[in-house]
Each structure stands twice: as structure tokens, then as C-alpha cells.
Write a protein that binds this ligand. Sequence first.
Ligand SMILES: [Zn+2]
Length: 64
Amino acid sequence: MSVSVNCPTCQKQVEWSEESPARPFCSERCKLIDLGEWANEEKSIPGEPVVIANDDYNNDEQDY
Ligand SMILES: [Zn+2]
């Protein structure tokens, strides 16, 4: 009898045993991906505007 869970990252079935050291993730990679997503959510600044600074270029074109 074996117990298995779904990997939170890729939903792959993972056997809950000593053979799956990264459980409940299927692999160390999926574990890192999940941790990375958490880190990105904490770092992101909501509402920060994206400015594309090419206004000067447009002004020069209008002078012609
Ligand atoms: Zn996985």
C-alpha cells in the first residue's frame, strides 16, 4: 500500500515515501519554483507605473 499526493507545482503524482525527498513536490525543481513564486509576490510593488521614456524623440520628429 502506498500513499501519493499531487505536486503543488505541476500536479504530477508523487509517491509519499523516502524515495521522494522533495515531497509533496515531485522534484527539487518544482519545490524551488513554488518557493520562487512566493518570493516574487512579496517583492512585486503593486501599482508601479511603467514609463517608456521616448517623449524627447517624439518632440524632435514634430519639429521637422
Ligand atoms: Zn512537480
